[in-house]
Design a protein around this ligand. Structure first.
Ligand SMILES: Cc1cc2nc3c(=O)[nH]c(=O)nc-3n(C[C@H](O)[C@H](O)[C@H](O)COP(=O)(O)O)c2cc1C
Length: 179
């Protein structure tokens, strides 16, 4: 089973990437590939720029990575109660080449932030948006107060309840056919 995980963030120290990496490691028998949005940097999307420069190969590569995966795990970062510009930008470019960007692949959608809401606004925004673009969301998980609940030395969730909840989600995860 090929699992593609990434954070909806371009921060080099992304806490969502740390959470996504930990969660990906909980999937048994998974061949895990962690993607970094920094490797998919594109000019800011606009229809005018698209007319000028056309479809970009990096966006196609991003779509290819998604198409190769049996399971997707995305942990979205929250900027101003929404998705980050970095994630939205590659998503916008990719959607112009293929509407079902997320390919109806079973998806675990996650979020975390330093605050007590754990990036839930971004998670909700992603739920609404991705559902229209091939996001086959099978489960969601949000980790609040990252610094308190995640141990950056061991790269594991330190809060026992949240850790157990995530492990249950992974154990129950429905890998079934694409929608
Ligand atoms: C421009 C900006 C806006 C932010 N807005 C929010 C917010 O609305 N809610 C929140 O919980 N955290 C917010 N944060 C804090 C981020 O959650 C924090 O930077 C976190 O580390 C982002 O995830 P990442 O490390 O995976 O990029 C914001 C950070 C920035 C830089």
């Amino acid at each position: 089973m090929k699992l593609l995980a990434f954070a909806g963030s371009s921060s080099k120290q992304s806490i969502n990437k740390k959470l996504a990496t930990y969660a990906a490691g909980l999937f048994e028998n998974a061949e895990v590939h962690i993607l970094d949005l920094n490797d998919y940097e594109l000019p800011l999307f606009s229809v005018d720029r698209e007319k000028l420069i056309g479809q970009l190969p990096i966006a196609r590569t991003f779509l290819d990575k998604i198409e190769q995966a049996d399971v997707l795990l995305i942990s979205v970062a929250e900027h101003n109660a929404g998705l980050t510009a970095a994630f939205k930008n590659i998503y916008d470019w990719a959607s112009r080449q293929k509407r079902l960007v997320f390919n109806n692949t079973p998806l675990l959608l996650m979020s975390t932030s330093p605050g007590k809401h754990g990036g839930k606004n971004a998670l909700e925004a992603a739920k609404i948006s991705l559902a229209w673009y091939g996001g086959n969301i099978r489960a969601t998980f949000s980790l609040p107060s990252f610094a308190e609940n995640f141990d950056e030395e061991t790269n594991t969730i330190s809060n026992k309840e949240y850790d157990a909840a995530l492990k249950q989600i992974v154990a129950d995860f429905d890998y079934g056919q694409k929608a």
